[in-house]
Write a protein that binds this ligand. Structure first.
Ligand SMILES: Cc1ncc(COP(=O)(O)O)c(C=O)c1O
Length: 316
């Protein structure tokens, strides 16, 4: 079972793993409990969710969801893509999740939307530990480490089992540098900045489910002001920013805003100003200060030109 607010990769990965995917309808931006309960029976293998969800809303009934899934014999799976809002504040396990992957390439210092490479350790509660892939790294009493291939119930080896070393190292360095209090502050800052921006932008754009506080991200719609998110994005390019648009698809003309903890107030204000400016501008000739203006995006995807000109750069 996957809430309909989920990212497409959730549906895709569950289907690739051979499960029948059942989308769970939402109400007011969160899991619709009556529909969820009606779908929950002993065929449920797992409930896969992102908390906060892709609308930036905390699933307030998540403990009830976890209890219900467990009572049907299913497992709770946590997509850690939005962990930015929760680090140091709450553990996925406390929300009832049995398995969690952490998208290190999103939360822990790597620029968001950087296009990869990704890395995602998968953490499980003790009752699933025997199923983890092999080899497993074990610490011996003398402090040395060994690879353990012996786990009999293991699912075996997995492709790319060691992850992406560069991303892992960077995330580890970030975690050690900030420490628990620093990580918690990063989460709080990302939530604060998102609510500040949502409040200011909602004066002009529509903010669906507006009575609820946001976590580290929020989604606005340009539909009520009669403009396409696509055109707004082209305007914002002039200001040097490339926003995420048309995600999640549940919101018409969606613009997703996720500053994270790392943007300064000046940059946040400039971005907001860019969006406010776009709302009252003629956008037809935007962008007009970039190397190329409007691309034929379908053709760019279908017939990509992947050649480049060698400028004769020699490694020093
Ligand atoms: C909620 C959520 N889950 C999953 C993903 C997939 O991300 P990736 O495959 O890069 O880890 C995204 C991407 O933005 C996301 O927003």
């Amino acid at each position: 079972m996957i809430p309909e607010t989920a990212h497409g990769s959730n549906f895709a990965s569950a289907a690739m793993a051979g499960f029948e995917v059942v989308p769970v309808p939402m109400r007011d931006g969160e899991v619709d409990m009556p529909s969820f309960r009606a779908l929950c029976d002993d065929r449920v293998a797992a409930f896969m969710a992102t908390v906060p969800n892709t609308l930036g809303l905390f699933e307030q009934r998540i403990l009830e969801v976890s209890d219900t899934v467990h009572s049907c014999g299913g497992l709770m799976y946590f997509d850690g893509a939005n962990m930015n809002a929760l680090i140091g504040v709450v553990k996925p396990a406390q929300l009832g999740f049995d398995i969690a992957h952490l998208n290190l390439h999103k939360t822990f210092s790597t620029p968001h939307g950087g296009g990869g490479p990704g890395a995602g350790p998968v953490a499980v509660k003790k009752h699933l530990a025997d199923y983890l892939p092999i080899p497993r790294l074990r610490k011996s009493e003398d402090g040395s480490y060994t690879w353990d291939y012996a786990s009999r119930r293991s699912i075996g080896r997995v492709r790319e089992g060691f992850g992406n070393f560069g991303v892992l190292l960077r995330a580890y360095t970030y975690i050690r540098t900030l420490g628990l209090e620093g990580l918690r502050q990063a989460a709080r800052d990302s939530v604060l900045v998102s609510n500040y921006a949502a409040k200011r932008l909602s004066q002009v754009y529509s903010l669906p489910f507006s009575g609820k506080p946001r976590k580290h991200e929020f989604v606005i719609s340009s539909k009520p002001i009669g403009k396409r998110a696509f055109d707004i994005a082209k305007h914002i390019l002039k200001w040097g920013y490339a926003p995420t648009i048309y995600f999640p698809q549940l919101v018409d003309e969606a613009l997703m805003v996720e500053f994270t903890e790392s943007e300064t107030k000046r940059e946040v204000d400039e971005y907001i100003q860019g969006l406010l400016d776009a709302a009252k501008s003629d956008l037809t000739s935007d962008p007009n200060n970039t190397a190329v203006d409007r691309l034929d995006e379908v053709r760019a995807a279908r017939e990509p030109k992947l050649t480049w000109r060698d400028l004769g750069y020699v490694q020093p």
